[in-house]
Design a protein around this ligand. Structure first.
Ligand code: 5GP
Ligand code: ZN
Length: 135
């Protein structure tokens, strides 16, 4: 059984701040910044690619609710909501979880987005490949 399944079951202790039928939210054991929390599905899904659409919808609403709650209590006013899916993306626990990381002035955390340039033709090719219509 994976570490987050054990936490959901209560076999491993955690600092739980929220629970409903589908999710728990706990404080991350490594507080990247103060208030760093994880929303974890109660059911084991390996990562975001495996999440049922209905669960994903509930997750979105809960993420906004907890983001506002944590910001309200801690007064950060800034937050990264992050999901790592797969080892190349930095996923280390293979049970779906969303990071809520409050951000503060000079908190030392670095998230870097590279600014890779594409030609207009490359953008057009990529856009055509990725375009998707609403079902
Ligand atoms: P990932 O790298 O998979 O996106 O994030 C996994 C997160 O789970 C890390 O931030 C790590 O600190 C956290 N974590 C791993 N094991 C435990 C644990 O036993 N308890 C808690 N509260 N967090 C954990
Ligand atoms: Zn699990």
């Amino acid at each position: 059984m994976c570490v987050f399944c054990k936490i959901v079951n209560g076999d491993i202790p955690s600092h739980k701040i929220y629970e409903d039928d589908d999710f728990i939210a706990i404080l991350d054991i490594a507080q990247s910044t103060i208030g760093h929390a994880l929303i974890i599905t109660k059911k084991h899904y390996d990562n975001v690619f495996a999440l049922p659409e209905e669960t994903a919808g509930k997750l979105g609403a809960l993420a906004v609710k907890l983001a506002n709650h944590i910001n309200g209590v801690l007064g950060a006013g800034n937050m990264n909501l992050l999901n790592n899916a797969g080892p190349l993306a930095g996923q280390t626990v293979n049970h779906f979880h969303l990071h809520l990381i409050p951000r503060y002035e000079n908190d030392g955390m670095i998230i870097k987005f590279d600014n890779n340039k594409l030609t207009e033709a490359e953008f057009n090719d990529l856009r055509a490949k990725l375009e998707i219509t609403k079902k």
